[in-house]
Every structure is written in C-alpha cells, then in structure tokens.
Write a protein that binds this ligand. Sequence first.
Ligand code: SAM
Length: 131
Amino acid sequence: MGSARSSRYTFAAGAEAARRLGARGVCVEIDPRRIAEARANARREDVEGKIRFIEENLLETNLRDATVVMVFLSLDLNRKLQPKLLKELKPGARVVSHRHRMGDWEPQKTVYARGPYRDHELFLWTVAKQD
Ligand SMILES: C[S@@+](CC[C@H](N)C(=O)[O-])C[C@H]1O[C@@H](n2cnc3c(N)ncnc32)[C@H](O)[C@@H]1O
C-alpha cells in the first residue's frame, strides 16, 4: 500500500482526496452500500485505480502505513479511534476530521469551509513522537 507521495486512509469519505491531490487511498467503510457509493464516485472521478476499498470496522484496520487519515465519523467513534491513531501512526502522520474533534486531543488547526449546502468545520492534528 502507499505511493511515493502519500498513503491516504479515508474512513467513510469519498474519492475527492485522490482526485485532487493525486494520492493513493484506502477507503474503509463498514456499510457495503456506502462502499458501493464510494466506488461509483471514484469511477466517476477516474480515480478508482488509486483507491483500495475495504469493508470492515475501522477500529480493526491496520493503520501503520498511513501518512494521512481523513475521517467523517461520530464524536463517539472519533473518541474510540484516537488512541489507535496515536498507537499506530508514525510521527508526522496527519489526521483530519470533518465536523468532530477527537476527545481532548487539541487540534493544531481548525478550518471553516463554505460548501454548496452548508458550512464545514475541519480539524487537523499531526502525530507527535510518542515517549
Ligand atoms: C457521517 S457518515 C459519512 C458519510 C460519507 N461517507 C461522507 O463522507 O460524506 C459516517 C460513515 O461512517 C460509517 N461507519 C460508522 N461506523 C463505522 C466503523 N466502525 N467502521 C467503518 N465505518 C463506519 C458509516 O457507515 C457512515 O457511512
């Protein structure tokens, strides 16, 4: 998995990152209908070959190769995911969450983006070297 540039794990999101940034991606989603939607989106954007689709519980996904993890989940699931991110990701890996924070992990940056239907709040963290 991965590429010279970036290995992007997208939990429950679409093909946009691969299309815009040229990254290779792994889309992890527990709901097969959502996987089918994501695959169709990727095909439409001509990036299907850059994305591996995995139908599984993201709390069981091996994240050690990820350089960027993007999530759009619930607050509760973010809280459960945070210790796993800190345990498995390498220092310098980045985490972006749409809408929700990650427990008490202080974001390094918060961005507000205007979408066609509503505004969006995005949080960024960079994994620090663990002791
Ligand atoms: C807020 S929706 C995001 C919808 C859409 N993928 C997007 O990015 O616009 C959250 C998604 O997380 C998925 N999800 C919930 N729990 C999950 C888990 N444990 N593992 C993987 N995906 C999960 C749901 O099936 C749902 O599609």
